[in-house]
Design a binder for this molecule. Structure first.
Ligand code: NCD
Length: 328
């Protein structure tokens, strides 16, 4: 029988860190673990990170610390932004992106892989195709582990950076109408974002192809928090009232029947013509990668926030690393 590690009294706890600080040595597994106060704290640290990056670019807050970046699914932004975040903080990274070339391809289990990496690294970032896999891995390591996407489950660090983007761009979250569009069934970013937004006074609209609705579980959790939500199969009715339009890609890799994917992949495409019906003061977001859901003709529209969103992600991930390592 495996005895779960006690992270409160971990033999790895380094001397001299701010051990009383929130999230010190804690795992980041789901957005459900955050309160609004936590978010204020994380975003305040993210602001400091933004300021430091602007002033000096790279600094030594996490000098000597090592991040293991373990990705069992493809990634560009999440993996590169954690690497950039760690290096801008003066730390270093063990990148394991090509698990095909690691012992995983020899059949090594996830628990064994993380029990190995914790001996080399101070913090582990993990992306894995199975829901719940990151929570499972966390049971086997005393080092903090950060969920970078567990299949169609959650993507908490993306939701944090999405929320930070809304706050920075719109100046507030309370009172906003947020419309999520695209593959709401398999898109983990919208699962995490919808849950996180229940901490605010928002109205949620879900627009998706009929076969890709927001999962019942997420809808139930949002309902429980008393947040108004409504599903639609067309954008027309809700676009004019939206303060945020959050577009997602149809997640081809999650389809068993590629014929189905082909049928729905182009159902919603945001073009300059479509955006004529949107408010002047609103933002168009996308976690990226986009594969045609937003026309490139929109990239110069000031409402197109998706590349600015990428930038905010760096500051939020720097904040998270500093926080879990007790240096915020
Ligand atoms: C997202 C993901 O991996 O869930 N990408 C990301 O992390 N920015 C969205 C996607 O792949 O569609």
């Amino acid at each position: 029988m495996h005895t779960p590690p006690n992270k409160e009294r971990s033999p790895y706890l380094p001397f001299g860190d701010r051990q009383d600080a929130p999230f010190y040595f804690k795992d980041i597994l789901s957005v459900k673990q955050f309160t609004r106060q936590d978010l204020d704290y994380i975003f305040a640290v993210a602001h400091e990170m933004a300021e430091m990056v602007r002033r000096v670019g790279t600094f030594d807050l996490l000098k000597g610390k090592i991040l293991a970046n373990l990705f069992y699914e493809p990634s560009t932004r999440t993996s590169a932004s954690f690497t950039s975040a760690m290096e801008r903080l003066g730390g270093s990274v063990i990148p394991i992106n090509e698990v095909r070339y690691s012992s995983v391809s020899k059949g090594e289990s996830l628990p064994d892989t993380v029990r190995t990496l914790e001996r080399y690294a101070d913090v582990i970032v993990l992306r894995h195709p199975e829901v719940g896999s990151v929570a499972l891995a966390a049971k086997y390591t005393e080092k903090p582990i950060i969920n970078a996407g567990d299949g169609i489950g959650e993507h908490p660090t993306q939701a944090l950076l999405d929320l930070f983007t809304i706050l920075e761009e719109m100046g507030k979250v309370d009172g906003l109408t947020i419309t999520m569009l695209g593959d709401l069934k398999y898109g983990r970013t919208v699962h995490s974002l919808a849950r996180l937004l229940t901490l605010y006074d928002v109205k949620l609209n879900y627009v998706s192809p009929d076969i890709l609705p927001m999962p019942d579980q997420v809808v139930a959790e949002v309902r429980e928090k008393g947040i108004p939500q409504q599903a639609y199969n067309t954008l027309d009715t809700v676009l004019p009232e939206s303060d945020v339009l959050y577009v997602t890609r149809v997640q081809k890799e999650r389809f068993e029947d590629l014929g189905q994917y082909e049928k729905v992949k182009s159902e919603f495409i945001i073009t300059p013509e479509v955006m004529k019906a949107a408010k002047e003061e609103m933002i168009l977001m996308h976690p990226l990668p986009r594969v045609g859901e937003i026309s490139m003709d929109l990239d110069d529209d000031p409402r197109a926030a998706y590349f600015r969103q990428v930038g905010y992600g760096l500051f939020v991930r720097m904040a998270l690393l500093a926080i879990v390592l007790g240096k915020a």
